[in-house]
Each structure stands twice: as C-alpha cells, then as structure tokens.
Ligand binder design. Structure first.
Ligand code: FES
Length: 155
C-alpha cells in the first residue's frame, strides 16, 4: 500500500523558509508604516532656520566700534556689514560686493558703501549707486537697544 497523497506535507526546511518569508514581509510592512507615515518633528516650526537673526553685544571688543557714529563692522561668518550712521541709526547689508565678491566698506560721510575693488557704490539700503555692480546688496533689518548696548540683525 502506498500512503495517501492528497494531504500536503512539507518538510521542516520548507516550513522554516515560508515562515521566514512571512515574518520578513510583516517586519517590512511595519517598518514602511512607521518610517513613511511618521512625522519627523520640524526643528524650527516657524520656518526661520535659514534666516539671519543674531544680536551683537557692543560691550564686546569685537563690536564696540559700533558704539560710535560712523563705526562699522563686518560680521563673520554671516558676511554682513553693520554700520552706525551719523544720524544715530544702524544699517546692515551683505558685505559681499555683487560685482566680484570683494568685501565692501562703509562711508559715514556719505552714508553709503564702497567696494574698494572696482569702486562700486551702494546706497544705505543696499541699492546700486554706481557700477560696475548692477545688483543690490541684500539689506537686513536692524533694531538696537542702546541701554543694553545690543544691536539685533535679522530678516
Ligand atoms: S568687486 Fe566690487 S566693484 Fe568689483
């Protein structure tokens, strides 16, 4: 007599292979659900992570020239020139000339910026006053607190 052939039998190796595939599929689905459906928290929910926003302490020897009208500093690594005008306000623009990337200077007597490389001139708001530069410097907002000797530069 021969054994009945209508019932399926699998050997131990085949059973383990099928269980392994099923387990792998379940684990993959769980991973995809948790990886794809989960929210990664935004480190800056206000979306300001790449915005300039810093405060200078004018009591610091690095920035104390800003206490005086006509004084200016170039802040690194942001590459922003901050100036104290003769009318006792503060202005800030990108310190990188839009012509060929030289570092610009502030001229208190005319309240503007001069590039020493090819003499481009920029107004206090960063717009081009004289070429060869044709593109304005980026202007930043400034608020000052002279009681605490701080100047905030932001956008
Ligand atoms: S690099 Fe400033 S004018 Fe040329």
């Amino acid at each position: 007599m021969t054994p009945a052939t209508d019932s399926k039998t699998i050997d131990r190796k085949e059973f383990m292979k099928q269980v392994g595939i099923s387990f792998g599929a379940i684990m993959l689905m769980n991973c995809l659900q948790s990886c794809g459906g989960g929210e990664i928290p935004d480190p800056d929910p206000n979306g300001n992570s790449d915005k300039v926003d810093f405060t200078l302490d004018l009591n610091s020897s690095t920035y104390n020239t800003l206490k005086n009208k006509g004084g200016f500093v170039v802040v690194k690594p942001q590459n922003i020139i901050v100036a104290h005008t003769n009318t006792d306000t503060f202005i800030a623009v990108s310190s990188i000339c839009t012509h060929e990337s030289a570092t610009i200077d502030y001229r208190a007597s005319t309240n503007d910026f001069l590039c020493p490389n090819h003499q481009s001139e920029f107004k206090a708001d960063g717009s081009v006053q004289k070429g060869p530069a044709t593109t304005a410097l980026k202007k930043y907002s400034v608020s000052s607190d002279l009681t605490n000797n701080t100047v905030r530069i932001f956008e």
